[in-house]
Design a protein around this ligand. Structure first.
Ligand SMILES: CC1=C(CCC(=O)O)c2cc3nc(cc4[nH]c(cc5[nH]c(cc1n2)c(C)c5CCC(=O)O)c(CCC(=O)O)c4C)C(CCC(=O)O)=C3C
Ligand SMILES: [Fe+2]
Length: 343
C-alpha cells in the first residue's frame, strides 16, 4: 500500500465487492467461501442455502455490481478521470485474484479500489484490505499497488438517495402525523467483539441522523440489525429487525419504514432478510411496512464514486455531511482489526 492523497496518477480503478452465487450449484461453494474459518455452524449454512434456493440459487448482487461497474465506466468516460474500471469479488467470480492478474497483464501499476461497503469494521473494511493483499500476493511482483478509497457513509451521493427513498415511502404511507410512522434503520449485525473494534455503529447512527434528521426529524427512529450469522453462543448486535417489529406492534405501532442504510445495493440480504422475512413478520403482527431502496446505480451514487476517485487523483477537498467529517484515507494501520474467533 502507498500513502495518502498524493497527486500521483493512478492508471485503473477496481471495484471490489462481496460476490454471490449465480445458480443452484454455486450456492454451497459460495457459502463455504464466505464462512471458511469463521465458525459458522453447518445448520446456519443450510438455512441460508435454502433462502438462496428460493430465488433459483441466484443472488442479485453480481448483476448489481456489474451494473455499477458499467455506470462508472460511462461516468468516467464522459467526465474523467479517464481510467479503466475492473471488478473483483471476495467470495465469487470474478474473483479478485483473477482480476488482479488481468490488471497486471494489462500493465496496470497503481490502482484505486472502490469497495461496495460504505462503513468501517473488519468485515466491511479490513477484510477487503486483506483480500486485496492476498490477491496481490497470488499475482506476485507484477501485481499493481492498490489504494483503497475511503468510507463514504456520510457522502451526499450515498445519503441523498436514502433521503429521497424515505420521503417517497412516507408519502406512500399517506402519513399525516409525523410521529405515527416508526423508522427502522437496518444494517448487517456483527459479533459484539467485531463491533467494539470499529466505528461501524457510530457511522451507522450518523447516517441514520443524516437521513431521518433531514426528512422526518420528528419521526421516532432507531438502528436495528439483520442477517445475524455465527454460532448461537457468540453475542451479536441486537435487536434483530424481526424482534423489534414484534415488540413495536405490542405498543400500538402500525406503520414502519425500513431503511437498509447499511447496504449499497438491493442484494440477497435486502430482498430475502427484509422484503421476504421482515415483511412477513410485519404482516403477521399487523404492521404496514415500506422498504426504502439502497443507492444501487442512482446517478448521484455513481457520481460519488467518480468524485471519490478524483479526490485521490488530484487531491480535491473531500466532501462529507454531518459532524464526523470525511474518513481519512488510507485507514490508520490496525484499524478494524480481525476479531478473535471461536474454535
Ligand atoms: C458487515 C457485513 C456486511 C456489510 C458490508 C459488506 O457489504 O461487505 C455484509 C454483507 C454481505 N453479507 C453477505 C452474505 C453473507 N454474509 C455471511 C456472514 C457474515 N456476514 C458478516 C458481516 C457482513 N456481511 C459477518 C460478520 C458474517 C459471519 C461470518 C464472518 O465472521 O465473516 C454469510 C454466511 C451465511 C450466514 O448468513 O450465516 C453470507 C451468505 C452478502 C451477499 C448477499 C448476496 O448474496 O446478495 C453481503 C453483501
Ligand atoms: Fe478500516
Amino acid at each position: 500500500m502507498t500513502d495518502g492523497t498524493d497527486a500521483a496518477r493512478y492508471d485503473a480503478v477496481v471495484v471490489v465487492s462481496f460476490g454471490g452465487p449465480e445458480g443452484p450449484d454455486d450456492v454451497m461453494p459460495f457459502l463455504e467461501n464466505v464462512t471458511r474459518g469463521r465458525g459458522v455452524p453447518r445448520e446456519r449454512l443450510e438455512e441460508v442455502a435454502e433462502q438462496y434456493m428460493l430465488f433459483g440459487g441466484v443472488s442479485p448482487i453480481n448483476a448489481q455490481t456489474g451494473a455499477l461497474v458499467d455506470a462508472l465506466r460511462a461516468e468516467l468516460g464522459a467526465d474523467g478521470p479517464d481510467l479503466p474500471v475492473y471488478w473483483g469479488n471476495r467470495n465469487w467470480r470474478p474473483y479478485l485474484a483473477d482480476t488482479m492478474a488481468e490488471m497486471a497483464h494489462d500493465g496496470v501499476r497503481r490502482a484505486l479500489a472502490f469497495v461496495t461497503s460504505a462503513y468501517s469494521s473488519y468485515s466491511a473494511c479490513r477484510q477487503y484490505l486483506e483480500d486485496i493483499d492476498a490477491a496481490r500476493a497470488a499475482v506476485g511482483p507484477e501485481a499493481p499497488s492498490v489504494d483503497k478509497i475511503r468510507q463514504y457513509w456520510n457522502h451526499p451521493g450515498f445519503v441523498d438517495p436514502f433521503r429521497d427513498g424515505l420521503r417517497a415511502a412516507l408519502a406512500d404511507l399517506g402519513d399525516r402525523d409525523a410521529r405515527r410512522t416508526h423508522l427502522l434503520f437496518t444494517a448487517h449485525s456483527l459479533p459484539l467483539s467485531m463491533a467494539a473494534s470499529s466505528d461501524y455503529e457510530l457511522q451507522l447512527r450518523d447516517a441514520m441522523e443524516l437521513v431521518a434528521g433531514h426528512v422526518a426529524p420528528d419521526a421516532p427512529r432507531e438502528l436495528v440489525w439483520q442477517s445475524r450469522s455465527g454460532p448461537p453462543q457468540v453475542p451479536w448486535l441486537e435487536p434483530d429487525v424481526n424482534d423489534r417489529l414484534r415488540t413495536l406492534s405490542t405498543t400500538g405501532v402500525d406503520q414502519v419504514v425500513i431503511v437498509p442504510v447499511g447496504f449499497t445495493s438491493d442484494h440477497q440480504e435486502v430482498v430475502f432478510d427484509l422484503d421476504t422475512q421482515a415483511a412477513a413478520t410485519a404482516r403477521e403482527v399487523g404492521i404496514e411496512v415500506r422498504r426504502v431502496p439502497t443507492p444501487g446505480v442512482d446517478p448521484r451514487f455513481v457520481r460519488m464514486v467518480r468524485d471519490l476517485v478524483e479526490e485521490r487523483c488530484v487531491g480535491a477537498t473531500p466532501v462529507a455531511l454531518g459532524p464526523l467529517g470525511p474518513r481519512s484515507a488510507p485507514c490508520a494501520a490496525g484499524c478494524c482489526p480481525a476479531p478473535t474467533r471461536p474454535g
